[in-house]
Design a protein around this ligand. Sequence first.
Ligand SMILES: Nc1ncnc2c1ncn2[C@@H]1O[C@H](COP(=O)(O)OP(=O)(O)OP(=O)(O)O)[C@@H](O)[C@H]1O
Length: 499
Amino acid sequence: MPRLLSIDDDRSIHHLVRRALEEFDLDIESAASAEEAMAKLTESPPDVVLLDVVLPDASGMDFFSQLKQHDPRMPVIIVTAVDTSDIAIEAMKLGAFDYLPKPIDVERLTCMVEQALESRRMMTVPVAMDELLTPAQKHDAFVGRCESMQHVFKAIGRVAAQSVTVLIRGESGTGKELVARAIYQHSSRAKGPFLAVNCAALSETLLESELFGHEKGAFTGAHSRRIGKFEQCSGGTIFLDEVGDMSPSVQGKVLRLLQEQKFERVGGNETIETDARIISATNQDLEEMCRKGEFREDLYYRLNGYTINLPPLKDRGEDRILLIEHFLARLAKELNKEVSGIAPDAQTALLEYDWPGNVRELESVLRRALLYCSGTVLLKSALGKDLFKEKQSANQSSKGSGVSADGGLARFVEDRLADESTDLYAETLAEMETQLLTILLRHTEGNQSEAARILGITRGSLRNKIRSLGISIEQVVTVSDEDEQPKDEQADSVPVEQC
Ligand SMILES: Nc1ncnc2c1ncn2[C@@H]1O[C@H](COP(=O)(O)OP(=O)(O)OP(=O)(O)O)[C@@H](O)[C@H]1O
């Protein structure tokens, strides 16, 4: 279980932190002084630290530097009273993860902790390419024995140690983020930070501010200075996902950064230098975008120091069977199911399907199937006929969320009866919950806090349900974008890819 260490001499803060995070699967420890914190850190390293910069026995900045020396990849969230916010900003420049003013806003705290844990996971959970690992091992297995995936693994090995930019290409859900993490973990920057930014999930203003930071008053809602990811990540690696979605203005700033390693915060004059390695990824045809004038050609060449192409799942031959076995073993453990095999007709159905949402969709389909499955063998009936029909229809989303938000309940029950289900109550509840949450998350454009408020449940319960039902927020929001609903423009809103 991940560990959080809260360092503050005010006991009421520890109490608040515990209550706010009680629904996280987190082991929460507290320390009232720098000395006590260091003893706890040394005994057992935490995955995220909340640090009050005013401690009885140390200056906040000195102690922050000690923490960073101890573990440069540990996300530290600085907690400050308003009059210490300058210290927090200084700490951010030196690589603090984020900062939180007192009085603590519980919503922001939970959001930041969630982001910090994800960031820690990306940096520290090894991506294992060499063999199929058992689910008990603490690795994210990168399954691939087919020839094209072996090329990918070799390319990762070749490019990791060089300090060139890398452009990872492939359809959605093919494993681009795994490739980026594997490159980082095998590079000479592996001890430095790795920060990921999804360029498609933020409006132009928010993305610019997320990457480059902003000065107080730079735009409506910019209440204080913010340090951007490029500044925070100096000496580390930044992963720009969905890079084709950057606006022309952000493209121009990223180009200058690649040419000169320099930039200015939004609304600022100070020129800042950074040394962050850029790995980017896209599922778009950047060459075509260059031809149409939608993507800067000079930036395309700068980002594309080396290209890694990920094949779609349907072209990975026997890997599909390995992936099915891998996910069945992992998900059975995670969902506490006894399933140890798959019926031949179920396997054939999975192999015949063309998987527009690629590996992510396969994982999502198997997760739902396991939720429905009551025996030790996964039957074809658990895969859901509906799902396959819908997925193969002409007007489906290329992302494929694995969720049918408009299927009728009566039809679902009839189908399950036809399949001779013996677990109809649990199956129907899971189906209804999936549909309800999908519709609502589309309505709130992926904003989980808002969705939890409307549902009348806590954000933690919503998050648990989203995970156990295998709903992908990113995909839900993508469907909403296709419906031409506006993206969230609020400066203080929560980026959907992170929260
Ligand atoms: N070869 C693989 N072996 C095991 N798991 C994989 C593999 N490829 C992808 N996955 C899993 O599939 C999911 C999607 O992968 P990932 O997020 O890396 O895809 P992506 O190409 O970055 O998607 P997107 O374009 O939508 O951002 C993740 O849970 C990842 O761990």
